[in-house]
Every structure is written in structure tokens, then in C-alpha cells.
Ligand binder design. Structure first.
Ligand code: N01
Length: 539
């Protein structure tokens, strides 16, 4: 290792990458982060579409590593908007002096591990100048995010479109004014459902092109009640600790102890109604203990929400089209909305079913489905991401022994704890596939991963070791455990991004760990306590 080499290179300066800089610097490692964007914040830097806000409450969706920080910071609303969260992330970067350790506008194109030297060489490209150079580091941490590779369907003719088109995950920083425009919006996942009410307010007419109806619950956003904030802050330290003993990494939701099927229908609906009024997804899924494991139990919740849609949406045909019927509720990310179904009653909004008549091509002045053509001045793609594996596979990561991530993951990701990959020494992931990341309070999971990784690097340093990687058998056992846990639930029944179903040709494998943050953390802690059991180390 030369004096120029880093101890740790971090790829990505979102919430995970920034915390990695904080922890690693505190432990005395030479660390530098590389970020493709022109600013910090990862997902909150890119996703600036109208209505973008987090679906986890802001008092939860924040760092826990500094009690001063969590006491000082004031969240103005129950759920943080994108600008509010981005401001918070930038505040954290300044408060803890993280900014000088990040190279912005720097995309990592490739990484190669040199087995002899035990070093990673990363090829960086400056996005403004195109300059390419290489950086060497003993360890590499991929904090590249799970929903950071936006995907636009490759419809023929997009290049001929005379209006402007946008992807929700790559939104222009100056915003977009849809006033007086005929807008087409494709996709009704979280991004589509959050943006539709705001786009509809401006547009002359909004056509929403829906392939699959999704379940959406009211967020019930509101200005932060002072009393709630002070109560939460008084309990913060305990709540954060307790969060690690819960499945979703959020304390304060007592686990249900009854099946939906052992409760009379009237009482069941009263419980769902109370949760519907309260707002939030965990609370709703915690109505009963078997909603995610028993199809009949789940169907009671599905029908409750479908009836809400039927009561809200005045045109019965549109209401039926909005009623999800191809997946159990909760098996795709539950959406939280503000006035989504109400917006479908507006005269200037038309819902188009592109399941029965798919979009065939983009025309210079709109688009054509199997059934009709639509004249449009602007198109919004709310079509999602190559989730969980996309960002890792975009980088050409390989070793000099011939292993390549793209090849290893050709049939789906294989990881140990979602943190490391057999055959790729000294390469770590923050909330990688087969970790609970996307099924948890993401910032808590980022902190837990970074803490585990930093402890591991401290352990190696103290023992005079320079190399670590998982054993093949430990990785296979973890992959198998993941599949077993997923298959004991209803999750795999949905064609979601959790299984890669939104990307044509992507192998279908259930990617997040759904055994819960609590079980997962216990496993991670046990591995470390047993001297990194299942991992091979070398000097
Ligand atoms: O993406 P999605 P997203 N023709 O993949 C449709 C997080 N997030 O950006 O279901 C027509 O969920 C696709 O249809 P189908 C959150 O975890 C959080 O909305 O594949 N339609 C679907 O309707 C979320 O789950 C927040 O049939 C096409 C939509 O596009 C995740 O990010 C906010 C199509 C994509 O939905 C992703 O959400 C936003 C095609 N060719 C996002 N291709 C909050 O915190 C795709 N679609 C609130």
C-alpha cells in the first residue's frame, strides 16, 4: 500500500455513504467517498418530482448516531418532503464535517481487486470533464443505494417525441411547470401516486397510464404536532434501541397477536377503519398477525381497501380499474398518498388501462396503445428502478482471478448477510440485496450495516489482518435462508421490484431479507461475536 492509497473507498454519498465517512473517520481510517451526483443525498438528491416525500415518519426516518442531532433537528411535518430531507442530509454533512471527504460528480465505472497487493483499484470518471483516473483502496464500501438506477421502458419512437419527457427519479432541479399542458404519466407505484395529484392540479389534462393497480393508503400528513415531537424526543434513545428489536426497525408499534380470521367481520373492519384513519403502512399491516402470511387473512384487508376505493372514486369503471386484484396487500411496497383516489375524480384526469391495451410506441405528438392514440405535450415516466442489483451491476466489478459481479449475479444476487460477496475480498455493501434494508427504516439499516463493517475493519486492523471475504458455504446458507424465509410469506406472490419483475429479462428471485431487522441484527452480531464466523481472513 502506498501513502496515496486509501484505507477505504466509499462509493455513494447518500445517507449510507455519509454515515460511513463519519464512522470510519472517527475510527481513524483514511476514507474518501465518490459520488456521481453534483450534490449529497443519494435518492433525495435525484427524486425531486412533485409530491416526493418519505413514507416513513420523519421522527423515525433520521440518523440516530448523535442524540444532539436528533434533539436539535425540527421536522416540520409528519412525513418529510424531499427538500426537507435533502436539507437535513446537507446539515448532517456540514455539522460533522463530512463534505470535504466526498468527490462529487465522480462516477465509479469499474473496480478490480488485485489479489497479490490486496487492493481495490477503482476507475473514476468526472461527469463534468470526462477525466478518468484510478484510485486504490484496501477496502471498498458500496453505498450505491437500492433504488438508484432509474429505468425508462424502451418504447420505440421516444427520440421522436416533440414535447419534454421526464423520469421521476431524474427530475430537473428547476422543477417542471405543467400548466396548460396535456400530460401523460406512465406508472402507478409510489412515485406515480405521489406525483399525480400535483401534476393534475397544473395540467390541462392528465392521462394516467396504469399497468397494475396498487394498494395505496392515506398518509394523513400534517404539521408536526408539538406534543408528539417533544414526547418522541424525550424517548428517542430508548426508541432507537428498541427499534432494533422490531421487524421493520421502527419502535412503537406493538406486534398484533390475533389472526384476521378469528375476529368477526364487523370488528375486523372497525380495526381496519381505525388504522385507515391513523395513516401509515406499518400500522395498517399490524392490524393482525397473519396479513403477510395467510392469503385468506390478507384478502380481508384487500377488500377493505378496495371498498374504500369504490366509495371514493365516483366513476364505477375507474374505481374497478383502480382496485388491485393481482397481489396480496403489502407484498408490494404499500403506497402512502395524499388525495390520490380523490384526484381520479377530477374532470381533467383520465385513467387508461395499459394492461389490456399496452403502450406500443411513442409518437412525435403523444403515444399509441393497442387501442388508441393520445396527444401529449409532456410525458412523465414513473416507471421505477432496476432495484437492489442495478447500481452494483452497472459498475464493472471484478477480481484479477476472473470473478465478476455481473456474471456471479447473472441468475440473481448471492451475498452473505447482504454485506459481502464470496470471491470478492474487502468489498462491502450497505443494505445490499438479501439484507432487510428496503424492508426497514432505511437509515437505521444503513447505520447498522456501517457499524458492522467499521467494527469488522477495526477487528482486522487490531489483528494485523488485511483481507476478509465470506466462505462460499456461509454465503450459500444465507441465500438459502433468505429464500426459505421469503417463501414462508406471501411476498413472492407479487410481481414487484422485490423480485425484479419490473425489468424485462431480470431473473426472478426474491431479493430483500424479510426475516426482520431483529433477527437479522442478531445474526450479524453473532457472526462478529464468533470471530467473523463464516468469513475467511488473511494477513
Ligand atoms: O417504482 P415502482 P416507483 N408500461 O417500480 C409501471 C420507493 N419510493 O418509483 O407494476 C407501463 O414501484 C409499473 O407497473 P407494474 C418505494 O420503495 C418511496 O414508483 O410493473 N407501466 C409500476 O406501476 C417504491 O416502492 C417513496 O405493472 C410500467 C410503475 O411503473 C420504490 O421506490 C416514493 C412499465 C413503477 O412503480 C419504487 O417506486 C417513491 C411499462 N413498460 C418511491 N414499466 C416514498 O418514500 C413500469 N411500469 C413515499
Amino acid at each position: 500500500m502506498s501513502g496515496q492509497d486509501l484505507d477505504v473507498a466509499v462509493v455513494g454519498a447518500g445517507v449510507g455513504g455519509l454515515y460511513a465517512i463519519y464512522r470510519l473517520r472517527k475510527s481513524g481510517f483514511r476514507v474518501r467517498a465518490f459520488e456521481a451526483a453534483g450534490g449529497l443525498g443519494g435518492t433525495w438528491y435525484w427524486n425531486r418530482y412533485p409530491g416526493c416525500r418519505c413514507d416513513v415518519e420523519s421522527l423515525e426516518y433520521s440518523y440516530s448516531f448523535s442524540d444532539d442531532l436528533q434533539q436539535d433537528w425540527r421536522w416540520p411535518e409528519r412525513y418529510g418532503t424531499q427538500p426537507a430531507i435533502l436539507a437535513y442530509v446537507n446539515h448532517v454533512a456540514d455539522r460533522f464535517d463530512l463534505r470535504p471527504h466526498v468527490e462529487l460528480n465522480t462516477r465509479i465505472r469499474a473496480g478490480q481487486f488485485d489479489s497479490e497487493a490486496g487492493l481495490w483499484t477503482l476507475e473514476t470518471e468526472n461527469r463534468e470533464t470526462g477525466a478518468v483516473r484510478s484510485v486504490r483502496a484496501r477496502h471498498c464500501i458500496m453505498a450505491t443505494g437500492n433504488l438508484s438506477t432509474p429505468r425508462t421502458p424502451d418504447y420505440p419512437g421516444l427520440e421522436t417525441f416533440r414535447g419534454h419527457w421526464y423520469h421521476t427519479g431524474l427530475w430537473p432541479h428547476d422543477g417542471v411547470d405543467f400548466t396548460g399542458l396535456r400530460v401523460g404519466l406512465i406508472g402507478t407505484g409510489s412515485s406515480g401516486v405521489q406525483s399525480i395529484p400535483l401534476v393534475a392540479r397544473e395540467a390541462k389534462h392528465l392521462h394516467v397510464f396504469q399497468r397494475t393497480a396498487n394498494f395505496s393508503l392515506p398518509a394523513r400528513n400534517e404539521p408536526m404536532p408539538e406534543e408528539k415531537e417533544s414526547r418522541h424526543k424525550a424517548e428517542y434513545v430508548r426508541r432507537r434501541r428498541d427499534a432494533y428489536s422490531t421487524p421493520f426497525g421502527i419502535a412503537g408499534y406493538p406486534p398484533p397477536d390475533r389472526s384476521a380470521l378469528e375476529v368477526p367481520e364487523e370488528e375486523r373492519n372497525r380495526i381496519y377503519e381505525a388504522k385507515w384513519q391513523e395513516g401509515g403502512s406499518i400500522s395498517f399491516l399490524y392490524s393482525f398477525n397473519d396479513l403477510l402470511v395467510n392469503r385468506d387473512a390478507n384478502e380481508t384487508a384487500c377488500e377493505f381497501v378496495r371498498n374504500k376505493i369504490r366509495q371514493t372514486v365516483k366513476d364505477p369503471r375507474t374505481a374497478e380499474l383502480l382496485c388491485p386484484n393481482d397481489h396480496p396487500i403489502g407484498t408490494k411496497r404499500l403506497i402512502l398518498d395524499t388525495n390520490y383516489y380523490e384526484t381520479c375524480n377530477r374532470d381533467n384526469v383520465t385513467l387508461v388501462d395499459v394492461r389490456s391495451a399496452p403502450i406500443r410506441e411513442i409518437l412525435p405528438d403523444g403515444l399509441r396503445t393497442d387501442e388508441a392514440s393520445y396527444e401529449l405535450d409532456a410525458i412523465v415516466f414513473a416507471t421505477g428502478f432496476d432495484a437492489m442489483t442495478g447500481a452494483m451491476k452497472e459498475i464493472d466489478i471484478r477480481t484479477d482471478r476472473g470473478a465478476a459481479i455481473g456474471e456471479k449475479w447473472a441468475d440473481g444476487p448471492q451475498t452473505c448477510l447482504g454485506i459481502m460477496i464470496a470471491g470478492f475480498p474487502n468489498l462491502f455493501m450497505v443494505t445490499g440485496p438479501q439484507s432487510p434494508g428496503v424492508k426497514s427504516q432505511m437509515i437505521l439499516s444503513c447505520e447498522q450495516h456501517v457499524d458492522w463493517i467499521t467494527d469488522c475493519l477495526e477487528h482486522l486492523r487490531a489483528a494485523g489482518l488485511a483481507r476478509i471475504e465470506p466462505e462460499e458455504a456461509a454465503e450459500q446458507a444465507w441465500v438459502q435462508h433468505n429464500n426459505e424465509v421469503a417463501n414462508s410469506t406471501l411476498y413472492p406472490l407479487a410481481n414487484s421490484w422485490y423480485v425484479g419483475a419490473n425489468i424485462p429479462g431480470k431473473p426472478r428471485i426474491f431479493m430483500p431479507y424479510v426475516g426482520g431487522v431483529d433477527r437479522y441484527k442478531q445474526r450479524c452480531d453473532a457472526v462478529a461475536a464468533n470471530g467473523y464466523e463464516g468469513f475467511r481472513t488473511a494477513g
